[in-house]
Design a protein around this ligand. Structure first.
Ligand code: FAD
Length: 463
């Protein structure tokens, strides 16, 4: 209940807006072919530590689409310079049409990142980022006033160059033979049994090494009780990650394995449903020392952040084709996207990203640090030891990274409703790949469903 920290909005406002207006529209949209197939590489090696083994439970596995072999051949043969968003994608492909293409629609198969750029290879990264505190910004403020004009110009050029690299994520190389299409509807996010040291290592690395921590930490990790010490941007970073963590844990409690097929299962796939005890163990104020509700509020925070990104990029998103090769369906999808975005834009209490990263050079440096930390988290997803969790972890981090890219790239800061402005944005380096668009909508869909599930848990607990 009540106000959401660092936002001017309340839980109650979002509950009614989401559950009545957003969730039904989004849920139906995410069932459309354009949004249900996502190409992902689940075979990448963990860049930070030796893989500590894959989860052997069968609910951890991911079933890729059946026509992968053909898809790989297609990917190699297609002209990589084509933009996925264009209708020509598909028709100009130098491929042998194969009858085995049943699942993945014609317009989607073989898509690679825009212009064929393998974004995942384009930057070199330090393996583990170290975390500095607000002192860094103060130090930069000092540098700002003491450096010679010449070196300052150099630094500004560097900063400008770096901020041109808009992406907050290391994206998978979609043309890699290890990248495969996954049908997200056939591989739903739910309880997998991925628990213990491997899962904890991921969360620990994210919070301990990649979030900006308050100086006073009492527990081994994830101790953010003194978050008020941090500046807004660093608080926002933590809240976004914590909100994503809450969302994942709400989903696993809402789609819990209540019995498996060797027990008294009613379907061959087991019986799935709400596990109220599991939900309470994670979020009940008394069982979590008061932290559960704060973590749930962070879910609302990250929801508002992605909502705002969709609103901000609405004119750009409305101009896309959402091409799958079926003109009638594609036209319906475009109308549904337009309808959803109109509702999103009508929300009166949007997150105000313009209050973040203000203040010249210090802000530019802080933004770069923020981006590097988030990029690092996108690489940590390759260390998740359960394929299903890795799939949804990668998708949601990519979606959140896409939202951050929209909010902070600067490309959408001017109103885009005029055709002129829109084409100016499209002519810049700024682009969203099909993978980014699909992940953005699906990540927001996860948050939207989590908020809806909270209402179900609330009613079950009160009953
Ligand atoms: P964890 O959720 O592992 O949390 C570890 C510690 O972090 C807690 O002890 C607490 O101190 C702190 N913490 C917990 N929640 C928050 C929060 N919201 N904000 C801040 N701090 C917090 N399991 C599935 O069954 N299905 C999935 O699809 C799935 N996807 C996953 C995806 C990723 C990327 C990862 C890393 C894990 C995933 N898991 C999934 C595992 C799941 O998130 C938990 O790690 C697991 O259920 C063990 O839970 P736990 O109670 O030990 O605490």
């Amino acid at each position: 209940k009540g106000a959401i920290d660092d936002c001017s909005c309340s839980v109650e406002t979002i509950d009614s807006f989401n559950n009545l207006k957003i969730f039904p529209r989004l849920n139906s949209l995410l069932h459309q072919n354009f949004f249900r197939y996502w190409k992902v590489n689940l075979k990448k090696k963990c860049p930070f530590w030796e893989d500590d083994g894959k989860c052997a439970i069968r609910y951890c596995s991911v079933q890729p689409c059946t026509d992968q072999e053909e898809s790989k051949i297609t990917t190699k043969k297609r002209d990589k310079s084509q933009n996925w968003a264009s209708k020509s994608t598909g028709s100009n492909l130098n491929i042998v049409e194969v009858e085995t293409y049943e699942e993945i629609p014609e317009g989607i198969k073989g898509a690679v990142t825009p212009n064929g750029i393998d974004k995942s290879q384009s930057l070199d990264m330090k393996s583990h980022m170290t975390v500095s505190d607000c002192d860094t910004e103060n130090a930069l403020g000092y540098l700002n006033t003491t450096l010679s004009k010449e070196s300052l110009d150099g630094f500004e050029r560097w900063a400008a160059h770096d901020s041109a690299q808009d992406s907050f994520c290391y994206l998978d190389d979609e043309s890699s033979v290890d990248s495969e299409y996954v049908d997200l509807l056939l591989n739903p996010e739910r309880y997998t049994g991925y628990v213990g040291p491997s899962a904890h290592r991921i969360w620990k690395s994210i919070y301990q090494e990649n979030c900006f921590k308050p100086t006073q930490s009492f527990r081994p990790y994830a101790d953010f009780r003194n978050i008020g010490e941090l500046c807004l941007e660093k608080r926002a970073f933590y809240r976004a990650i914590s909100g994503l963590h809450s969302s994942i844990n709400v989903h696993l409690a809402a789609h819990y394995l209540l019995s498996d097929k060797n027990g008294f299962a009613e379907s061959k796939d087991g019986v799935w449903g709400h596990n109220v005890e599991e939900f309470q163990r994670r979020f009940d104020p008394e069982l979590t020392g008061g932290e559960g509700p704060l973590r749930l509020k962070n879910l609302y925070f990250v929801y508002l952040l992605e909502l705002r990104a969709l609103a901000k990029a609405a004119p750009y998103l409305e101009s896309l084709e959402f091409y799958t090769g079926n003109e009638e369906i594609d036209s319906d999808v475009r109308k549904a996207v337009e309808d959803l975005l109109a509702v999103i834009q009508s929300f009166p209490e949007h997150f105000r990203e313009e209050t973040m990263f203000t203040g010249g050079l210090q802000a530019t440096k802080l933004k770069e640090e923020f981006r590097e930390h988030f990029r690092n988290i996108s690489r940590i997803m390759d260390c998740v030891g359960c394929d299903k969790c890795r799939l949804w972890g990668k998708l949601q981090v990519t979606g959140l990274g896409t939202a951050l890219k929209i909010l902070f790239s600067g490309n959408f800061d001017q109103p885009l409703d005029q055709q002129l402005n829109l084409s100016a944005v499209k002519q810049t380096k700024f682009q969203l790949s099909r993978g980014e668009i699909v992940s953005l909508f699906n990540a927001f869909g996860r948050l939207s469903r989590s908020i809806m599930e909270l209402d179900n848990f609330r009613q079950e607990i009160l009953r």
